[in-house]
Design a protein around this ligand. Structure first.
Ligand SMILES: [Zn+2]
Length: 394
């Protein structure tokens, strides 16, 4: 059993103001910046495995446990053998969102909320429905109009309510109404993203991804790549990696923030800073990262790590889903971005051949059938003779 450590408090990334743990859902009360949970300092000089275990346990013990986390770290197919794939596809609802929803459900129970309200293009809604149900909480998912039908089905089958609310003002009003009734908003850790609400416990679920990577490698990697939408996962994984590295006394990795060219706000933020203007009309087939800007905690994580924002052409992203399918991994388009980004960064000389890189593969394509468009499909076979011909040709 993993030992759990509850957060000791919240601290503002903007002005440093400290706030007690509680239902604080508008960001810093003084300046509106992002609040991040703080924990007791760990003993310095621990071995990697012990440091990773301690960092991964920095979440409240959860009544919403479905066996999330402890996902496999698999070798990729690069010629140098230095690229690894952290397969979040192995989580109970097939994405990294399970880690976050487990923690958020636990905190929501602890803080006495009757339910949680979240926004989703697919993955997050399914995870929210599963973990809220497990924790005995009500759940409303506000769905993007492009959410795949099987995600809608899964959310309903798990007992959550689902609705589409457009325009954004309607969504904000709906969330505000439920928050006024005591519900927890689960949208982003940065109040400037999307709904105007912020949940500081969102980021905590993702620290364990960074910790597990170090434990599985037995050391700290040089580069870790993730797709970025709102940036909660990106920041959470960075915090986990940084905490393990500082506890061990090693250098932390550089973070690659990988986005499709049509929704590449992080590259703009790397150039212009965390208050860079939002994208006017983001566009990509990767619905999970269709975002006009990301959270300020993500930009700070990128800069602090000495990392790099990478923009991947749409065609390269889709080709990478085929490449990963060739390794037996069926992933949604968004999840192909990190390994495609590592390849581009290597070609540009930003990563050396001997540097250990980890691509976080965030979600399976089983919930995203439209991503299969780029994969070759055999025609359906309806008669025996054609079947025999087909078999002979294999
Ligand atoms: Zn502040």
């Amino acid at each position: 059993m993993r030992a759990h450590a509850a957060p000791a408090g919240l601290q503002c990334l903007g002005c440093g103001h400290c706030v007690a743990i509680g239902p604080v859902y508008k960001g810093c009360p003084r300046c509106g910046h992002v609040l991040i949970t703080q924990y007791e300092a760990l003993e310095v000089g621990l071995p990697v495995a012990a440091a990773a275990e301690a960092v991964a346990g920095r979440v409240p013990a959860s009544p919403a446990d479905l066996g999330q986390g402890s996902t496999p770290l698999l070798r990729a197919d690069d010629p140098d053998g230095t690229v690894w794939l952290k397969c979040e596809t192995a989580n109970p609802t097939l994405s990294h969102k399970d880690r976050m929803q487990s923690v958020v459900s636990a905190m929501s129970r602890k803080l006495g909320h009757p339910g949680l309200v979240t926004t989703s293009t697919g993955n997050n809604g399914v995870a929210a429905a599963a973990f809220a149900r497990r924790a005995g909480l009500k759940c409303l998912v506000i769905a993007h109009p492009g959410m795949p039908a099987n995600c809608i089905w899964a959310i309903s089958a798990l007992g959550a309510s689902i609705i589409t609310a457009s325009p954004l003002a309607t969504e904000r009003e709906l969330i505000g109404t439920l928050v006024a009734r005591g519900w927890a908003p689960v949208t982003s850790a940065d109040p400037r993203c999307g709904s105007g609400w912020a949940n500081p416990y969102i980021v905590d679920g993702y620290r364990s991804i960074g910790a597990e990577i170090c434990a599985q490698l037995g050391r700290i990697p040089q580069v870790v790549a993730l797709p970025v939408a709102g940036g909660d996962t990106f920041a959470g994984v960075w915090y986990g990696l940084q905490e393990v590295a500082s506890t061990v006394g090693a250098a932390p990795p550089r973070m690659l923030a990988v986005q499709p060219e049509g929704a590449a706000w992080m590259a703009r933020a790397q150039r212009d800073g965390e208050d860079a203007s939002p994208l006017a009309a983001p566009s990509t087939a990767a619905l999970s990262v269709l975002s006009e800007l990301a959270g300020r905690h993500a930009v700070r994580s990128l800069i602090t790590s000495g990392g790099l924002a990478i923009s991947v052409p749409e065609a390269d992203m889709l080709a990478e889903t085929d490449r990963l399918a060739g390794l037996g991994l069926l992933v949604e388009a968004t999840s192909a971005l990190p390994s495609a980004g590592i390849r581009l960064a290597r070609a540009a000389g930003n990563i050396k051949a001997n540097e250990t890189c980890v691509a976080v593969v965030t979600s399976s394509a089983f919930k995203w059938p439209t991503n299969g468009e780029t994969l070759p499909r055999e025609p359906s076979i309806r008669d025996r003779e054609t079947l025999l011909e087909f078999v002979a040709g294999l």
